[in-house]
Write a protein that binds this ligand. Structure first.
Ligand code: ADE
Ligand code: ZN
Length: 340
């Protein structure tokens, strides 16, 4: 990493938010092994190093295959607690003050792990993270888009007893061939009960998926969204309607969405006025938590101090925090930027 000290310090100092983090994607190989031992599971790897060596992806699906397999070690409430607590410790080290966490209930309920176990384990950790680190957090329940809408509808139904425990619904997993409009009814139901809406779109899928995520699913922000620039009218719309994108630079690099970070369109979109944010997606698999994503993007794209401040502010505005909390964080970022 070659960014100068001033920008590195600025990145560390800014209070940061994480708006695109799959909690299952923060499962580090060390924890995979310790939970496998706890439950008597034989992993198809000899060592932690062998697991890391397998993290060589050529597209989204090649990653998802390992990601879903890794989830098998998550079985009881303590496991979900340990997973999320380890994430919060790392987030705290990066000066994250608020996190909106994706979780994939279908990955767990399909293995016989009850919804209640997943949500209560995560909730225990969220409560402890607030007490221990002062990090506030919310949960976003994601539907797996490679499965049917019926399955998503059943999942939403199953989660209804825990309605107060999550703030929004999301859409993830294999994008190609699974357009947002496949989930029109389940998003309508979710919005009807007051849930907010986000969706992955335009990661591997075309710009048209971003448009239907906005028009059909009525999402408030778009996860990834980097293929928007294939449609200049869509980019203009994102600017005009102030629709945030939760971009994940190291993920895009690892999953070959971009060949090289210096070719990433993040800076171009930022300079065009799109409300882009920086996030970590699945940090245990992609080689860096949110601070590292900021540093890598700043280095490869020559982001200026003022641009880094704008990105941090974008995240606050894009979050589901209440207005007073947003105002207070924006003023903290301004104070921290002025100290530079
Ligand atoms: N699930 C976990 N990470 C994902 C990503 N980057 N895209 C789609 N689904 C995911
Ligand atoms: Zn993601």
């Amino acid at each position: 990493m070659h960014i100068d000290n001033a920008r590195a310090q600025q990145i560390q100092r800014h209070p940061k938010l994480e708006l695109h983090l799959h909690i299952e994607g923060s499962l580090e190989p060390e924890m995979m092994f310790s939970l496998a031992a706890k439950h008597g599971i034989k992993l198809p790897y000899e060592s932690v190093e062998a697991v890391r060596a397998a993290y060589n992806f050529h597209d989204l699906q090649s990653f998802l295959d390992l990601y879903y397999a890794g989830c098998d070690v998550l079985r009881d409430r303590r496991d979900f607690y340990a997973l999320a607590m380890a994430y919060f410790a790392r987030a705290h080290a990066d000066n994250v003050v608020h996190a909106e966490l994706f979780f994939d209930p279908q990955t767990h309920t399909a293995r016989g792990v009850p919804m209640e176990v997943v949500i209560s384990g995560l909730r225990d950790a969220m409560d402890d993270a607030l007490r221990r680190y002062g990090i506030s957090s919310e949960l976003i329940l994601c539907f797996l888009r490679h499965l049917s809408e019926e399955d998503a509808l059943e999942t939403l139904e199953e989660a209804m007893p825990f309605r107060r425990e999550f703030i929004a619904v999301g859409l993830d997993s294999g994008e190609k061939g699974n357009p947002p409009e496949k989930f029109a009814r389940v998003y309508q139901k979710a919005r009807d009960v007051g849930l907010r809406a986000v969706a992955h779109a335009g990661e591997e899928g075309p710009a048209a998926y971003i448009t239907t995520a906005l028009d059909v699913l009525k999402v408030e922000r778009v996860d990834h969204g980097v293929r928007c620039d294939e449609d200049p009218a869509l980019v203009e719309r994102l600017v005009r309607e102030k629709i945030p994108l939760t971009v994940c630079p190291l993920s895009n690099l690892k999953l070959c969405v971009v060949k090289d970070l210096s070719q990433h369109n993040f800076a171009k979109l930022l300079r065009q006025g799109v409300a882009v944010t920086i996030n970590s997606d699945d940090p245990a698999y992609f080689g860096g938590y949110v601070g590292e994503n900021y540093r890598a993007a700043a280095d490869a794209l020559d982001l200026t101090a003022a641009e880094l401040t704008t990105v941090a502010e974008n995240a606050v505005r894009a979050s589901f925090l209440p207005a007073p909390a947003k105002t207070s964080l924006l003023s903290k970022i301004r104070t921290s930027a002025a100290r530079a």
